[in-house]
Write a new protein. Structure first.
Length: 201
């Protein structure tokens, strides 16, 4: 191995994919009004199997995973009048759901107590160095909005525009978990204060 190479024991393939579908529809309501609908759905997935020690040993592994799905809908009415005043009135909705999982894994190939196994006992006997620390949760964000925009032509060269938008954003977090496990994946205890339940959220 020369000066510009490193070794790695953790060679899981990274994944960064996004799938998206959108649909736009314009529908005439009258000679001067049109209805526009814009609908979209997006699903993104990210896996970063980070290995930061650059050695053949399992000193530090940081697999990070996230998946997000989002749905949005926009409806608007637009005027197209020959008069001096035109406007847009619309409503917007968005819902986004994210699942996040982060793991910190250290010294995963060391048998601290020499019993021939690498498990939860090694985590405890090593002073919690040879362990796996995991955080995971679901996050939901919902957004509602209504808006309006109008333009009044004062002259051929001068116009006056004004707009208003009201937005209500809501967020929640579910199924939060923060657990210390052995390298073999056996849960040992919960890091959430005040709870001994390994499935506490």
């Amino acid at each position: 191995m020369d000066d510009y190479e490193l070794e790695s024991d953790y060679t899981v393939r990274r994944d960064n994919t996004v799938d998206e579908v959108s649909l736009s529809i314009d529908f005439p309501l009258s000679e001067t009004l049109s209805l526009t609908s814009i609908t979209s759905w997006t699903d993104g997935e990210l896996l970063i199997p980070e290995e930061s020690d650059g050695s053949p040993l399992r000193v530090l592994e940081l697999p990070q995973y996230g998946e997000t799905t989002q749905f949005t809908q926009d409806l608007r009415v637009t005027s197209d009048d020959t008069s001096n005043f035109n406007y847009i009135v619309g409503a917007f909705y968005s819902r986004e759901v994210s699942d996040i999982n982060n793991i910190f894994r250290g010294f995963a190939d060391i048998d601290a107590n020499g019993d021939g196994q690498i498990n939860g006992d090694d985590c405890i006997d090593s002073g919690f160095f040879i362990c796996e620390y995991e955080n995971s949760f679901e996050q939901i964000k919902t957004s509602y909005a209504i808006y309006a925009d109008g333009t009044f032509e004062l002259t051929d060269k001068v116009s006056l525009s004004a707009g208003l938008r009201y937005t209500d954003d809501e967020g929640e977090q579910n199924d939060y978990k923060s657990v210390v496990s052995g390298i073999d994946g056996t849960p040992l205890f919960n890091l959430i204060p005040g709870s001994e339940d390994l499935d506490a959220t």
